[in-house]
Ligand binder design. Structure first.
Ligand SMILES: *[C@@H]1O[C@H](CO)[C@@H](O)[C@H](O)[C@H]1NC(C)=O
Ligand SMILES: *[C@@H]1O[C@H](CO)[C@@H](O)[C@H](O)[C@H]1NC(C)=O
Ligand SMILES: *[C@@H]1O[C@H](CO)[C@@H](O)[C@H](O)[C@H]1NC(C)=O
Length: 429
């Protein structure tokens, strides 16, 4: 019964916002540009002495602990951490009951330099053979400075599995990010990266191409620090890959790697889309950094080149939703496509298309660059809702194969406010 109550409160929240939403819709089919203007709130980096980012006590204690899914279907994780003083151990001890770490997995350790920066010792440990839907406790480090955490594996692949997930774009390490994370936690997510699998997608801040410093290998820092299970989806590069989780097939693309026809990313995506089985994973979700549909002045048109290459596939394979970051604002599109345009056809405008995904930009996690407050005027027909404020897309709640609830909550000067919400109907079922 507890589950039912929780669901009812979700519904209530939805009906409330939906009501507001439909009263807007009566004014025609135009999209909404929210007039909400947030007051000044310091979007500065959190001082390192803040307890959230505090370096743990003890000689060589593991820090910056984060985990991600380690295989295609959710029976493995990759646990990563950094030690500052010496390489130490890369071992993970784990088990299904607290204080009883019956299993051990051996990881790897590396260190690198970036211009004058010397990294700490970066550990990655692949832990596999896990049971689905199970809580695991794990321990890393050694002696007095060892640390313990836990995570819960996702349910088995099942078209009707209900599953809640959160997406935060361009988070950064600011006070706004902190507030975003706190709201995410209140809505049932786990705030710390050490307790929950995060799906990474590389952004422009991760390119780190700095020839004037002699650093010419793109993504050097990112690739050392963020492991992805790219091999499990037959990808040749950690920057693009796919995983399946409960009832969702999630594809991560790299906006800053070659993606045009015949490139490795293009060839991989072509094959990966064929592997999607909507009978098993009804929900097809794509993540990328640069939005394909964005009506903000910031980064306007930057996603156009990827749109030209991949949009027809997204429509053909009936992708449910495409999430992007990059623009520090929130925007949601209607189901539209612009796949009939070619240089001679003259059909250059996006049109309503039932097979097209909804495009959602959530680059508003609270980055130190501040907000992108200037939207283009008038709001394009394809844009359903947009607002410049820090927020969190904190609850995507997949209910079953046909319905998912979507909530975007504005982070209103520290208070969480449900701002945009709707039901996503599965594109296949
Ligand atoms: C890695 O750390 C060792 C010390 O343990 C050091 O000698 C070496 O230069 C470091 N390598 C890089 C690439 O920074
Ligand atoms: C371009 O569009 C025109 C008009 O729809 C069509 O006749 C033509 O075949 C298209 N060309 C290509 C290469 O798709
Ligand atoms: C999925 O959930 C929705 C909302 O709770 C419900 O209306 C719908 O009938 C369900 N669909 C299936 C296939 O169970």
């Amino acid at each position: 019964m507890a589950g039912v109550t929780r669901m009812e409160s979700m519904w209530l929240q939805f009906i409330l916002t939906c009501f507001v939403f439909s009263s807007y819709l009566r004014n025609g089919n135009a999209g909404i540009t929210s007039t909400f203007i947030r007051s000044e709130y310091p979007s500065v980096d959190i001082p390192l002495e803040n307890k959230v980012l505090a370096v743990p006590k003890g000689h060589n204690a593991p820090q910056q602990v984060h985990i991600t899914q380690g295989d295609y279907d959710g029976r493995a994780v990759i646990i990563s951490w950094v030690t500052a003083d010496e390489p130490g151990t890369s071992k993970v001890q784990y088990g299904t009951s607290e204080k009883n770490f019956e299993f051990t997995a051996e990881g790897t350790v590396t260190n690198y330099t970036f211009y004058e920066y010397k990294s700490g010792y970066i550990h990655h440990c692949h832990v596999d053979g896990l049971e689905h839907d199970t809580k695991y406790y794990y321990k890393i480090g050694s002696g007095d400075s060892s640390r313990e955490f836990w995570f819960i594996t996702p349910p088995k692949i099942n078209p009707d599995a209900s599953y809640k997930f959160g997406i935060i774009g361009d988070l950064g390490q600011t006070f706004n990010s902190l507030s975003t994370l706190e709201h995410y936690m209140q809505s049932g997510g786990q705030a710390s990266t050490a307790y929950q699998s995060w799906i990474w997608s590389a952004g422009n801040h991760e390119i780190d191409y700095m020839p004037y410093m002699g650093e010419v290998t793109p993504f050097k820092n990112y690739l050392q620090r963020y492991a992805t299970p790219y091999y499990a989806s037959k990808s040749s590069n950690p920057l693009w890959y796919a995983i399946r989780r409960a009832s969702a097939h999630i594809i991560v693309l790299s906006s800053y790697s070659p993606f045009v026809k015949y490139t490795p990313q293009w060839m991989w995506l072509q094959e990966e889309l064929k592997r999607v089985d909507r009978e098993k994973t009804p929900w097809l979700i794509v993540l990328m950094h640069v939005p394909i549909y964005n009506s903000n002045e910031a980064h306007y048109m930057e996603g156009e080149s990827m749109r030209a290459v991949y949009e027809s596939w997204f429509v053909h394979y009936k992708v449910d939703v495409v999430f992007a970051g990059h623009v520090h604002a929130y925007e949601r599109s209607y189901r539209i496509s612009n796949i009939h345009y070619n240089v001679t056809s003259g059909e250059q405008y996006p049109i309503p298309d039932k097979s097209a995904p909804v495009y959602i930009t959530v680059g508003d996690g609270g980055n130190q660059e501040g907000l992108a407050g200037r939207f283009r005027d008038p709001q394009p027909d394809y844009s359903a809702f947009r607002e410049a404020s820090y927020g969190a897309f904190d609850t995507g709640e997949i209910q079953n194969r046909t319905h998912a609830l979507y909530h975007w909550n504005r982070n209103d000067d520290g208070k969480k406010m449900a701002t945009d919400a709707f039901v996503l109907h599965n594109q296949y079922w």
